[in-house]
Design a protein around this ligand. Structure first.
Ligand code: UDP
Length: 440
């Protein structure tokens, strides 16, 4: 029997602040940018057509970009065409909604489905659902209540965030959680119907993230040392708690006298600049205070295609955030065959297998981290075993190809349910709705 190829769908991805075209590693460009890029391209490879709607944040961006086979990025003129922190975007969401409606009306092709990313685009998705009758799949990437719980007064999210998340949770057709911890948040904190939550973990591109020989990797990144090396890759935000890594490094040096170094990859600029990335300044001060300033190396941010060499240069990769909704960097390190020591929070408890692919430690506990670092750095056979198991775990369970297939299957199941009459769809035409919003 010939294999049945599913009907190609037209999908509208909404991602107000995270565009696939943004440079990664900066303040507001992280895992969500990677997700939108990789999942849209994986869906494109499966034959679907994806339009990624995002805010135009640079004056030189054209309205549409043919980004990859089957994928267009639509840069909507919402607010000034320059950088705005994501926490400043909420008041612009009605304009974003109208700009999507206007574009859809002009483009003339009705999407089969909306895929909302983050809470603000979730709000826009629900608005489009109401006006156009389109089904919505929503992924939050991070939940406001968890953020508030961990950051307290330092949380700069708009006051409406949690209420909007609750409304979106109830209004959409399906929710994607990236790991069991996120599913529990959706169900327990937000009252989501468990039957509507699908767990689809995010992934890695195994062709970008593959192991390199350690010495060769160090040569490629210009690091001239054979000393033991701990690597951190990611945004430099207080919640990532790179300070905990610096504290653990100081303890490790004091306790073991290993000539160990810490490589910190990330920041707002490609050169490490404490003015552009205040956290670099804070980390430098802390390292100096603890007597390890000469052992911490900052590189600035790097592009994804450069990162395999940075991960592979390390003997171990460490990341100990206070909380982590999912966390792509542990998976990337694992794909490069490196053991990961991560804090036992959120998605990391799901991706890192304690004792098998690395170790889990409590957050904000430099002593525990220092002990595990010492264990891995002084036992190369253990490090190699953990690294091999890490690489196989990623190849088996965490590729973007798989995320694309599972996401497409979720869409198909939802559309089939609606076709069976699960939900009456209002029949408003795109032009009529756009006319009503006055933007056609
Ligand atoms: N990243 C990057 N260059 C950098 C630092 C980070 O490309 O200099 C990427 C990293 O490889 C990962 C993403 O940014 O794919 C961070 O995602 P993660 O889920 O780990 O954390 P988030 O930034 O979403 O909190």
């Amino acid at each position: 029997m010939a294999t049945h190829r599913p009907r190609p769908l037209r999908i509208a991805f909404l991602s107000e602040h995270a565009s696939p075209t943004a440079l990664l590693g900066g303040q507001d460009a992280g895992g969500q940018n990677v997700y939108v890029d990789e999942v849209s391209r994986a869906l494109g490879r499966l034959g679907h057509a994806v339009d990624v709607f995002t805010r135009r944040d640079r004056a030189d961006l054209p309205e549409t970009i043919d980004w990859a086979p089957g994928v267009r990025v639509v840069n909507l003129p919402v607010g000034p065409p320059g950088f705005l922190p994501k926490d400043a975007l909420w008041p612009l969401m009605p304009v974003f909604r109208d700009a999507v409606l206007g574009f859809l009306a002009r483009d003339g092709a009705r999407p089969d489905l909306i895929h909302g990313n983050f809470w603000m685009s979730g709000w826009v998705a629900v608005e489009l659902r109401r006006r156009l009758g389109l089904p919505v799949v929503q992924i939050f990437h991070a939940m406001g209540l968890t953020k508030r719980r961990h950051q307290g007064a330092a949380d700069t999210s708009p006051a409406a965030r949690v209420r909007v998340e609750r409304d979106v949770t109830r209004a959409v057709d399906r929710l994607i959680a990236q790991c069991p911890a996120e599913r529990a948040e959706l169900v327990e904190d937000y009252g989501a119907d468990p039957a509507r939550v699908a767990i689809i973990p995010s992934g890695v591109d195994p062709t970008l993230f593959a192991p390199l020989d350690r010495a060769e990797a160090r040569r490629r990144i210009g690091l001239d040392t054979a000393d033991p090396l701990v690597v951190y890759v990611g945004r430099l935000l207080p919640r990532k708690d790179v300070r905990n890594l610096v504290r653990a490094l100081a303890l490790l040096v004091r306790q073991t006298h290993l000539p160990v170094r810490l490589l910190v990859v990330g920041g707002e600029t490609v050169e490490p600049d404490p003015r552009a990335t205040p956290e670099i300044g804070a980390l430098q001060c802390l390292a100096a205070e603890l007597g390890v300033a000469d052992r911490v190396i900052f590189t600035g941010k790097r592009q994804p295609r450069e990162l395999a060499a940075y991960y592979s240069a390390g003997d171990v990769v460490a990341t100990t955030p206070w909380y982590e909704p999912f966390g792509l960097t542990p998976l990337e390190a694992m794909a490069c065959g490196r053991p990961v020591i991560g804090s036992a929070v959120g998605g990391i408890t799901f991706t890192v297998r304690h004792g098998e692919t690395g170790f889990l430690v409590p957050p904000r506990a430099p002593e525990a981290l220092a002990r595990r670092l010492a264990q891995v750095l002084t036992d190369p056979a253990l490090a190699a075993r953990l690294g091999r198991a890490a690489r196989s775990r990623v190849a088996r369970d965490f590729t973007w190809e798989r995320v694309g297939t599972r996401t497409a299957a979720l869409y198909a199941a939802l559309l089939a349910e609606r076709a069976r009459g699960g939900e009456p769809a209002p029949r408003a035409t795109l032009a009529r709705v756009a006319e009503r919003t006055g933007r056609a």
